[in-house]
Ligand binder design. Structure first.
Ligand SMILES: C[S@@+](CC[C@H](N)C(=O)[O-])C[C@H]1O[C@@H](n2cnc3c(N)ncnc32)[C@H](O)[C@@H]1O
Length: 249
């Protein structure tokens, strides 16, 4: 009876991971082969499919599921209770209010929320845990230029970045660390581009159109948005010019 339930849950869990969450899973999987993190926090976990797959695949570490909505965490807690694992915790809280133990290595995953939300959560976590070095893996639904600018300003370094396209929507997955020696400079537009890949080309052209509109349209009345859009537009255009220049040589 137990085995049947476990298999059903296992099948459901892997079946329901789209490419976006699967790509995050693979990155954590690879990091945990070398036991990089003691604690992996699936913040904004909602259904918890990502963390559930990590548990089912017996990745190294303690897995902490966090969501601010009680009925979501209640349901998740009862689903996880059916698994033969105990290296997890389910926490009902605003992710920004979390406290991190300083002698552990932490990875905080924030996926499926806006870039503004990502920044707010990271800002609150950093404020409340100033003595702890925390790595982040973020995948915002939008606002990646602003997220990158924020991470740069906070002194993060890049471990890995990738563009994932799922159901015709594009997502950047950005993995950063505060440890300079472990990472490299984080670019404001990313350095993972392959313009032979139609998804990459489509995404970058879309970014340019978006920031052209923002720098020319009503956003001009909001100086902050306007300046940001102009800066973003310049960065994306110079990225594209660099590629076109390279191509014509
Ligand atoms: C769209 S789901 C994302 C689920 C999953 N991470 C994914 O990428 O598919 C967003 C979830 O984030 C939760 N959430 C949003 N802001 C939060 C915060 N500050 N702290 C904790 N949970 C938050 C919401 O309750 C919701 O369940």
């Amino acid at each position: 009876m137990y085995v049947v339930d476990f298999m059903k849950l296992s099948e459901q869990s892997s079946k329901e991971l789209g490419l976006r969450l699967e790509s995050i899973f693979m990155r954590v999987h690879d990091a945990q082969l070398s036991k990089r993190y003691d604690c992996v926090w699936d913040c904004c976990c909602d259904h918890g499919y990502l963390g559930t797959k990590m548990l089912l695949h017996k990745l190294h570490g303690q897995f902490l599921f966090v969501d601010q909505v009680p009925h979501i965490t209640d349901r998740l807690l009862s689903r996880l209770g059916e698994l033969d694992v105990d290296n997890y915790q389910v926490i009902t809280a605003d992710a920004g209010e979390l406290n991190f133990i300083s002698d552990k290595n932490h990875l905080v995953i924030i996926a499926g929320v806006t870039g503004t939300n990502v920044q707010t959560i990271i800002e609150d976590i950093l404020t409340n845990n100033s003595a702890v070095a925390i790595d982040f893996m973020v995948c915002a639904t939008r606002g990646n230029f602003e997220v990158r600018s924020y991470l740069q300003a906070k002194g993060f370094y890049l471990l890995d970045e990738i563009l994932v396209t799922e159901k015709k929507r594009h997502y950047e997955i950005i993995h950063v660390t505060v440890l300079k020696e472990a990472g490299r400079e984080l670019s404001d537009v990313g350095e993972m581009w392959d313009l032979q890949n139609p998804d990459h080309l489509h995404y970058l052209q879309g970014r340019i159109r978006h920031f052209e509109r923002e720098s020319q349209g009503e956003a001009r009345n909001d100086d902050g948005v306007h300046q940001n859009a102009k800066r973003a537009l310049l960065s994306y255009q110079s990225l594209m010019d660099g590629f076109l220049g390279k191509g014509s040589q």
